[in-house]
Ligand binder design. Structure first.
Ligand SMILES: Cc1cc2nc3c(=O)[nH]c(=O)nc-3n(C[C@H](O)[C@H](O)[C@H](O)COP(=O)(O)OP(=O)(O)OC[C@H]3O[C@@H](n4cnc5c(N)ncnc54)[C@H](O)[C@@H]3O)c2cc1C
Length: 331
């Protein structure tokens, strides 16, 4: 996303990434959801972030010739009687409910609906793998992609910029996700990484264009494939799929679904989450030529377009960094 906005601003840049088969963006469900969490909160700054995200994914899609975003609805079912009571209380007291919440819009007998639910609209589904593969091909053709792992020990900080091997630049922007733990300049920021796991399953006979949420998300991927996710874990030893989260995901899926399923894949990655749940973006206090775009946590697909554009403007001296995401804030 950073490289897209650098490209759009007509700036000269190179993107370096080893293009590994897995990272958080590839394992994500790609859902941009305006109403989240057990407490049914309106997502932070949804009214400005989501329309901007929709527009950005459409623009990139046009550039690379792919459909990257779908406006969709999330059909969410109450998991227990307390959830239902909470929902009814909020429906009466929260004005914004009318903007995003409707009566349940689907009747899907394959979902184990014991207490009713509601439909959240509009939500977005982003096709992240298509986006990243297509964008990488675009940058390769432009001669702007280096398929390598960046070695921090080789970075030379110059008075007015940086030098890395044969590249001299005014700035370096680190967008390393959980790879930030190896970054000597930014690794000590208050990250609170959360490992997440998901399944790809084949289900025959479930409505193909609806997102369901009943204890777990069921997100259609086409060809009878569904994304089932995701889990959260703050204490972990690796970023690989685990048997205990496989068991948790299957248990939740069986509770939600009245149809047989076949597991096609089991994936895991680490979300670069932050203690106060806001991104960590901006320039290093001592070396302003070192810049960070990180801390996207559980919401990379909604946050990244808006704040990547903002960071480009900040670097061009056209805008200030938003205090809520500034890496120099007190957390
Ligand atoms: C299971 C799961 C489900 C999720 N579901 C959603 C969802 O539905 N909606 C949503 O908005 N978000 C979701 N997220 C969160 C979302 O995935 C993250 O917020 C987002 O992907 C973070 O993007 P990132 O670019 O910071 O990190 P990543 O996607 O992990 O990318 C980091 C990149 O940096 C590269 N890198 C790291 N170190 C180096 C180095 N030294 N040299 C070169 N390159 C390097 C890596 O190769 C990688 O490509 C989910 C996450 C998980 C794990």
């Amino acid at each position: 996303m950073m490289s897209y906005f650098l490209h759009r601003a007509g700036l000269d840049f190179m993107l370096m990434d080893p293009a590994l088969p897995s990272n958080a963006s590839r394992v994500a469900g790609g859902i941009v959801n305006p109403v989240t969490g057990k407490k049914l909160a309106k997502t932070w700054r949804v009214d400005e972030l989501h329309p901007f995200a929709l527009k950005t994914y459409q623009e990139i899609g046009k550039l690379i010739g792919a459909e990257l975003v779908l406006q969709t609805r999330v059909n969410r079912y109450h998991s227990n009687p307390e959830d239902k009571v909470k929902f009814e209380e909020q429906a009466e007291t929260q004005d914004w409910f009318k903007q995003y919440i409707q009566a349940l819009q689907v009747n899907e007998p394959a979902i184990n609906d014991t207490m009713g639910g509601f439909t959240i609209y509009p939500a977005l589904k982003i096709y992240g793998i298509k986006l990243m593969d297509g964008w990488r091909d675009f940058l390769k053709k432009e001669g702007r992609f280096i398929e390598e792992t960046f070695d921090h020990s080789q970075l030379e900080i110059l008075p007015e910029g940086i030098q890395y091997q044969n590249i001299t630049a005014e700035k370096i922007i680190f967008c390393e996700g959980w790879g930030v733990r190896n970054n000597p300049w930014f690794k000590d920021l208050p990250f609170n990484a959360a490992k997440g796991e998901a399944l790809i399953v084949r289900i025959k006979g479930l409505l193909p264009d609806e997102v369901f949420l009943k204890g777990v998300f069921l997100v259609p991927l086409g060809d009878d494939l569904y994304y089932i996710g995701s889990t959260n874990e703050w204490v972990f030893t690796d970023d690989k799929p685990s048997p205990h989260k496989l068991e948790e995901l299957e248990r939740k899926l069986q509770k939600a679904l009245n149809l047989p399923y076949e597991i096609v894949d089991h994936q895991a990655a680490v979300r670069p989450a932050v203690k106060d749940r806001r991104p960590l973006i901006g320039q290093h206090a001592e070396y302003p030529q070192l810049v960070l775009f990180n801390g996207l946590g559980t919401k990379g697909y909604s946050l990244s377009p808006f704040f990547a554009e903002q960071l480009v403007k900040v670097l061009l001296g056209e805008s200030e960094i938003d205090a809520a995401i500034d890496l120099k804030r007190k957390i």
